[in-house]
Write a protein that binds this ligand. Structure first.
Ligand code: SAH
Length: 227
């Protein structure tokens, strides 16, 4: 069930940001193997052009990562779709989901549109302030904190799903530990901007099953916080 989101006039879009441009993106994602209709619907509904600088808005519905300032990027729609879909695979029905690396807020908004209870952590204060305005204006219920996401959000754990949207040399143990039994963690792991997107599922006995979803290139997961 897609949560109703508040769409002000600028969210409707014209030309390169119109519904037609968005529908073309959905067809492209389908062509590249995205099959979960809930996820495709969320991507159709959330106005990606409001999550990037106006100067880049005409490129919002291309299947590409785009700069969002501070050396960071909004992820490629296919990657957002693949990570989101992976949370629901094998009949998993997540309710509470943690994202590390809020960035523009787009991935969190997709999770919110899917009716999930969303928690997101960002280390760059300025990016988080802008993302929070977007959540408010779209009427999305997303809880966020300014922190080093490598510690997760222990006070709110456990989570049914955890998405890490920045690359690290290895899985972060503190995050795996905050996964509920039956929960799924998706994270890019590897060195030097070339990573494997890993999906890890914790079964009800606490055993872990891991597989590789794709090769990806995320910005690095860094330590500490900045304003
Ligand atoms: N999910 C984002 C993609 C953001 S790019 C979106 O949909 O737009 C990765 C983000 O992770 C950047 O904003 C970066 O500042 C943040 N990041 C990197 N290391 C982090 C850490 N240790 N804790 C929290 N956020 C981190």
């Amino acid at each position: 069930m897609i949560q109703r989101i508040r769409l002000q006039p600028e969210a409707i879009g014209v030309g390169m940001t119109s519904q037609r441009a968005r529908d073309r993106l959905i067809e492209r994602l389908r062509g590249h193997g995205i099959v979960d209709e809930r996820v495709l619907n969320a991507i159709r509904t959330v106005p990606r052009h409001l999550f990037i600088d106006e100067a880049l808005a005409t490129r919002a519905y291309e299947d590409t990562a785009l700069p969002i300032g501070h050396g960071q990027t909004i992820s490629q729609p296919w990657v957002v779709a693949r990570m989101t879909e992976a949370l629901f695979a094998d009949g998993v029905q997540p309710r509470r989901v943690l994202e590390i690396g809020t960035g523009s807020g787009y991935q969190a908004a997709i999770l919110g549109a899917l009716g999930l209870e969303v928690f997101t952590v960002e280390r760059i204060g300025e990016l988080l302030r802008v993302a929070r305005k977007r959540f408010r204006s779209l009427g999305l219920n997303v809880r966020s904190k300014h922190d080093d996401g490598r510690i997760g959000w222990p006070e709110e754990a456990p989570f049914d799903g955890i998405l890490v949207t920045a690359g690290a040399p290895a899985l972060v143990d503190a995050l795996t530990a905050q996964l509920a039994p039956g929960g799924v963690l998706v994270a890019p792991v590897g060195m030097g901007g070339a990573q494997s997107l890993l999906r890890l599922r914790k079964d009800s006995d606490g055993n872990v099953v891991q597989d590789v979803l794709a090769n990806v290139a995320f910005v690095p997961l860094l330590s500490g916080m900045i304003d």
